[in-house]
Design a protein. Structure first.
Lengths: 146, 442, 160
């Protein structure tokens, strides 16, 4: 029951940096609507969000900022790595780019693609909803390892 | 080292940080402000949060590989970046694309420019509070991306423009899709004009805010719509015409005061001019060298390779669907320049010359090798003069590739022009400058 | 009154004959090699009417590792009234990579020179705030130099 309530009212915090932001904008707007899944309301502050969407490339200069934002979010929280650059550094294998955000924060769903198509994104978010449904109450009694 | 704003801070003022992850920061820049009440006294901008090492990667990848990285620079108008890079290489190699390919390039460039302006204005209006305008403009952008997807295969990061022409021809029903895109965009522009251009709230927020004189703009190296909003008539398409722009009839909208509202209006008018240019190109484009229907009955590629061992096969070869538009008959219209283009797949499968040219283009050590020297070429990007400066040392990897990013010069002026305004004025100012993180930080 | 490109080049050659090392044309672009000491004078000369080269289009640097004069500064100037672009190049020694800053004349030189300092390590005399632009404070090294490997990992810094 709790899972049902949580999964259909996700407050997302889109941490947008780069090109995938354009695909995020088109998936959130009228054509491929995210609002029908309950994720329409973007909360632009981590304190009120429970889903962190890391969209785009994370450079080494940005990494402490991402970590701070993740730490500021309250439990329960889920992280979606959106786009090839967030998943694994993408096409940028060099001194300036973090090779995947799972080096910094734990990730729940990975969305590959450069940029991913809107249908891929919706598929991934439905998978996340299934995962939330299965999770249940255990988070109250367990400390989440970061 | 302390920030400049910390070093210059006065007594009794408040230092506030609009951090890197901020909804109005269009990605990732950090603005540090010194406030006296609500008025801004000092401002410092820190960027570099999206630095991906583009120029360093260039020195390790071949010219052909670099094409995909250029897409991701100004990611709202990727085809213009492709065009700039490829035309610099064509300048060094001394080849020119066929006429139909030039028209295809111009059509896609102008649509990319429309996408750029739509995104910029949608973000600016959304941050001022007009969420409906954002949704309408995104809807228009989807129709344009439909055409891009049917032609190039991808919605955004296309890598479509190649040295010597374009990768493939338009599909057979492109005129219908283009017509829909133009009509829907015009409808959206009319709606948005009605919602914003005479809206008292929007005018109060943007009129006479962050005024920039033309001398200041030239001193800062501004180009593009922001420079034209101050009244200076400089457009790379008219000053140094490239592709077929000298045969098209279009106007350059100019502003008067150089405030936020002028930058908004210049972009709205430019979109209308771009749509006019696309309509002219649709009428003037030369006919394709063959019909646009893909081959449905013919040899499979594997059979064709086997059959060609004895003699040249007479039947046509049925290529895979994602090679649609690149049949051999289309080539005179879309690609030219023997050594530097991917040969048609029919040649690669059936005869040895095609196979060797394919091999020589893609193997490391061979490939596109411009003569030793350097060249600078500029195209009109969505934010201004997008210049590529390539130094080649005769090998297949660039020695140095530098991008003249128009956003850098425009955003560098932010620190000076917001002084004296209120805190809430930063939002429309930053939005009207159209900062794209990928281009700013490379 | 429009002045032709040849007249501009000839005037430059006449006035700064001992500071201009070479004038070439490559792929249709004009390149003028100068000594680094003369940069400020030449830019001030061209900024006035009738040449009116009032816009600094670009400022960058190239690393020729292995040669004695390792760094080469490249300046692109543009004149709106004459519709002309010119490219100036000045060589710097490896152990003396300093050049005068153009910030008093062009305001965008501020950020462009910070970028060159960040990526190559060239110092600009007279720059009001020479600080890294792209990389974070505490980054060691200058990435675009040829001896900096592409995938080098930096030592970890503390979470601020």
């Amino acid at each position: 029951m709790l899972g049902w309530g949580r999964k259909f009212s996700l407050f997302q915090y889109p941490f947008i940096t780069a090109c995938c932001g354009m695909e995020y904008m088109s998936v959130a707007c009228a054509h491929y609507d995210l609002d029908r899944f309950g994720m329409g309301w973007t909360r632009f502050t981590p304190r009120q969000a429970d889903m962190l969407l890391v969209v785009g490339t994370i450079s080494h200069k940005e990494a402490p900022v991402l970590r701070t934002v993740y730490d500021q979010m309250t439990e329960p929280k889920w992280v979606v790595a959106f786009g090839a650059c967030a998943v694994s550094g993408g096409i940028y294998d060099n001194y300036a780019v973090v090779q995947g955000i799972d080096r910094i924060i734990p990730v729940d769903v990975y969305i590959p693609g450069c940029p991913p198509r809107p249908e891929t994104i919706i598929n991934a978010l439905i998978k996340l909803q299934k995962k939330i449904q299965k999770e249940g109450h255990e988070w109250r009694f367990q400390r989440k390892k970061s | 080292m302390k920030y400049r704003i910390q070093q210059e801070a006065r007594e009794g003022t408040m230092l506030i940080n609009m951090g890197p992850s901020h909804p109005a920061m269009h990605g990732t820049t950090r603005v540090m402000l010194e406030l006296d009440g609500e008025k801004i006294i000092n401002c410092e901008l820190e960027m570099g949060y999206l630095h991906r090492g583009f120029e360093k990667i260039c020195e390790n990848k071949t010219f052909f590989n670099m094409l995909i990285y250029t897409d991701r620079m100004n990611y709202v108008s990727p085809l213009i970046n492709n065009t700039g890079y490829v035309m610099t290489l064509e300048k060094m190699l001394g080849i020119e694309a066929p006429e139909r390919a030039q028209y295809i390039r111009v059509i896609l460039n102008e649509f990319s420019r429309v996408c750029d302006h739509l995104t910029a204005l949608a973000a600016m209006c959304m941050e001022c509070g007009a969420f409906t305008v954002f949704l309408y403009m995104m809807k228009a952008r989807e129709y344009i991306w439909d055409l891009m997807e049917q032609t190039t295969g991808a919605r955004m990061t296309t890598s479509f423009i190649r040295v010597g022409g374009v990768r493939s021809d338009f599909p057979s029903d492109w005129k219908k899709t283009t017509r829909i895109a133009i009509d829907e965009t015009r409808k959206v522009l009319k709606d948005c004009h009605g919602l914003m251009s005479k809206n008292k709230i929007f005018l109060n927020r943007t009129r006479d805010v962050a005024i920039v004189t033309s001398e200041l703009a030239i001193n800062y190296g501004w180009t593009g719509p922001c420079l034209r909003s101050t009244g200076v008539n400089y457009d790379v398409r008219k000053a140094f015409p490239y592709l077929v722009y000298d045969q098209l009839d279009f106007e350059i909208p100019l502003g008067e005061r150089g405030d936020n509202f002028d930058r908004y209006m210049v972009r709205m008018q430019e979109m209308e001019q771009s749509l006019r240019m696309v309509e002219q190109c649709m009428a003037k484009i030369p006919r394709p060298s063959s019909s646009s229907e893909p081959v449905t009955k013919g040899l499979e590629p594997a059979e064709a390779i086997k059959a060609s061992r004895t003699k040249k096969p007479e039947e046509r070869i049925k290529l895979s669907p994602n090679l649609e538009g690149t049949e051999k008959e289309k080539y005179p219209g879309i690609l030219s320049g023997k050594k530097y283009i991917v040969p048609p797949k029919e040649d690669t499968y059936t005869n040895i010359e095609g196979l060797i040219s394919h091999f020589k283009l893609f193997m490391s050590g061979h490939g596109i090798r411009p003569p030793k020297g350097e060249a600078y070429f500029a195209v009109e990007g969505g934010s201004g003069e997008l210049g590529f400066y390539i130094i080649s040392d005769g090998t297949d990897k660039p020695y140095r590739l530098h991008l003249r990013a128009p956003c850098l010069h425009i955003v560098a002026a932010l620190e000076e022009i917001v002084r004296g305004n209120y805190l809430a004025d930063i939002i429309p100012t930053f939005g009207s400058m159209n900062m794209i993180g990928g281009e700013l930080d490379r | 009154m429009a002045i032709s490109k040849e007249k501009i080049l000839e005037d430059l050659k006449q006035k700064f004959s001992d500071n201009i090392l070479d004038m070439t044309v490559q792929f249709g672009d004009d390149i003028i090699h100068i000594k680094k000491e003369a940069l400020l004078d030449i830019v001030n000369f061209l900024k006035e009417d009738p040449y009116a080269f009032t816009m600094l289009l670009d400022l960058t640097c190239v690393d020729y590792q292995g040669e004695e004069e390792r760094f080469e500064m490249v300046y692109h100037l543009f004149s709106l009234s004459l519709n002309q672009r010119l490219r100036f190049k000045a060589r710097l020694q490896q152990n003396d990579c300093k050049i005068v800053s153009l910030t008093p004349i062009f305001k965008n030189a501020n950020w462009l020179e910070r970028e060159v300092y960040d990526m190559f390590g060239v110092h600009f005399a007279g720059h009001p705030y020479l600080r890294r632009l792209f990389m974070y404070d505490g980054f060691e090294g200058h990435p675009l130099r040829k001896d900096y490997p592409l995938r080098k990992q930096q030592p970890k810094i503390h979470l601020r």
